[in-house]
Design a protein around this ligand. Structure first.
Ligand code: ATP
Length: 252
């Protein structure tokens, strides 16, 4: 059924000069799922994700995100989804509450709503005492949790997380995933890239990108069965070791 797909793309392609970073990928994401977007460094994940977030236009291909066209409705996509980038988008010199106010405004919330969301967020993060701290002075794990909450400040139906737990300790990663599950419990769809294969196990479905192509896509258990291996780390290594057809000669 069409209506249960929050992302739907066909033949999505992005070239930079002669180099094809994303090579005719076709897939969909179902409403309410945690969709893991895996791939080695340089596989093309961020490039594809930027197109889905309305930040970049595809060279070829078509698709919709939350019902909006990725070619012609980029502004509507940006306003209606949440995006937590790999490099922090938060302003380190601004205080915690100032960052929330700024992004609330960017996402189109009114003054009263921003005030209310700020109080709610600080309370649920346990950060009330830190509201006047500059974001730059917070430990990395706190910054990441705050960045996630800010990406959700306008309660979007879909949030994109680009390596949200990179560089943090396992305990903080666990807490971060609790936040993800809470968001999913409230009806949000989560599209997440990660290098941590234990996190891939937490996803409902994962796609594995190799050299700009989706080499496989399924539920973690189905992939483990298919390749006859016990964990996602082994699945990833098996799939990533295979070069997509046509890419061998290029050495891409
Ligand atoms: P990582 O996990 O390191 O973020 P990734 O899978 O997200 O990797 P991308 O950042 O999408 O990979 O990059 C895919 C390829 O496209 C890389 O070889 C990269 O150098 C190239 N690339 C990305 N952006 C540009 C650009 N603006 N101009 C030229 N090449 C680019």
């Amino acid at each position: 059924m069409e209506c249960d797909k929050i992302i739907k793309v066909t033949g999505l392609t992005k070239r930079f000069g002669n180099f094809t970073a994303v090579d005719h990928i076709t897939f969909d994401v179902r409403k309410g799922e945690i969709f893991g977007f895996l791939g080695a460094n340089g596989a093309g994940k961020t490039t594809a994700m930027k197109i889905l977030c309305g930040l970049s236009l595809p060279t070829e291909g078509s698709g919709t995100v939350d019902g909006y066209d990725i070619r012609t409705q980029q502004e509507l996509i940006k306003r209606n989804i949440g995006y937590m980038s790999q490099k922090f988008s938060l302003y380190p010199d601004l205080k915690v509450w100032e960052n929330i106010r700024l992004f609330g405004g960017i996402y189109g919330l009114g003054f009263k709503e921003i005030k209310q969301r700020t109080a709610e967020m600080l309370q649920s993060l346990g950060m009330e005492d830190l509201r006047n701290e500059p974001v730059g002075s917070l430990p990395l794990g706190w910054k990441q949790k705050l960045a996630f909450s800010i990406a959700m400040v306008h309660k979007p139906p879909l949030v994109f997380l680009d390596e949200p737990t990179g560089g943090v300790d396992p305990e903080t990663r666990r807490m971060f995933w609790e936040m993800i599950y809470r968001a999913v419990g409230e009806g949000t769809t989560v599209f997440v890239t990660t290098h941590y294969m234990d996190e891939a196990e937490y996803c409902d479905r994962v796609s594995i990108m190799v050299d700009g192509v989706i080499a496989d896509l399924d539920a973690p258990d189905a992939l483990k069965d298919k390749y006859g291996v016990p964990d996602m780390d082994s699945v990833f290594r098996t799939v990533a070791a295979r070069r997509p057809a046509g890419k061998e000669a290029a050495g891409a």
